[in-house]
Design a protein around this ligand. Structure first.
Ligand code: SF4
Length: 203
């Protein structure tokens, strides 16, 4: 599918070239240090405060995207409190690769309770991305809809599989999907692509 997103004036923008209708920006920590660590920045510098300032002064609706990591999973509520000006907040379980994958990639069953708590407290415009439906309990309607990624053997008989985002193939190779369990179907949330650019789903 053709992406709705492009870079415009240094920002992720959705919509036609010079006239975007939405911005997206990443806020990956509750502090500059946490934000910089997730992004692999040796010197976090001003990127965290610049992102918050961009949000504060934006004249278009903004999706804030937070890549959930091992080190920021306990800070998600604090991150949510810092981005109250956003139109939507997406907590994405990013596809992580390379030498930092172990340091960054969260264990889903441990990170999701923190993400669910932060998202449900933030409000109806907070969404989870890349969360398998069997780990979100009654909150399937806050999971963004996207093409299913990879599935474990035990997903075979699952009634929710048709709508489930599955898991990243690297995650499955590492943990074999031992926390996944078949569940009844549930109504899922809106499509992912209109709300966040693919480039903000990875680390
Ligand atoms: S068991 Fe079902 S809900 Fe869980 S990841 Fe597999 S398909 Fe999705």
């Amino acid at each position: 599918m053709e992406s709705l997103w492009h870079r415009h004036a240094g920002q992720w923008a959705r919509g036609p070239g010079e006239s975007p209708d939405r911005w997206a920006l990443a806020v990956d920590g509750a502090t500059a240090l946490e934000h910089g660590f997730a992004r692999g920045e040796d010197d976090p510098g001003d990127s965290w405060s610049e992102a918050l300032a961009t949000l504060r002064h934006a004249e278009l609706p903004v999706t804030v995207v937070t890549r959930v990591t091992r080190s920021n999973q306990r800070s998600l509520e604090a991150i949510g409190a810092s981005i109250r000006d956003a139109d939507a907040w997406v907590l994405t379980f990013p596809e992580v690769s390379g030498p930092r994958a172990d340091a960054l990639g969260p264990r889903l069953a441990m990170a999701l309770p923190w993400a669910l708590r932060a998202a449900t407290r933030w409000g109806e415009r907070a969404f989870l991305h890349g969360a398998p439906l069997c780990l979100v309990g009654p909150h399937a309607s806050q999971v963004l809809d996207e093409e299913g990624r990879s599935f474990a053997e035990r997903c075979g008989p699952c009634a929710a599989r048709a709508a489930c985002p599955g898991v990243d193939v690297r995650y499955l190779e590492r943990f074999a999907g031992d926390e996944l369990r078949p569940r009844p179907p549930g109504a899922i949330g809106p499509r992912a692509d209109p709300l966040l650019p693919a480039a903000l789903r990875v680390l």
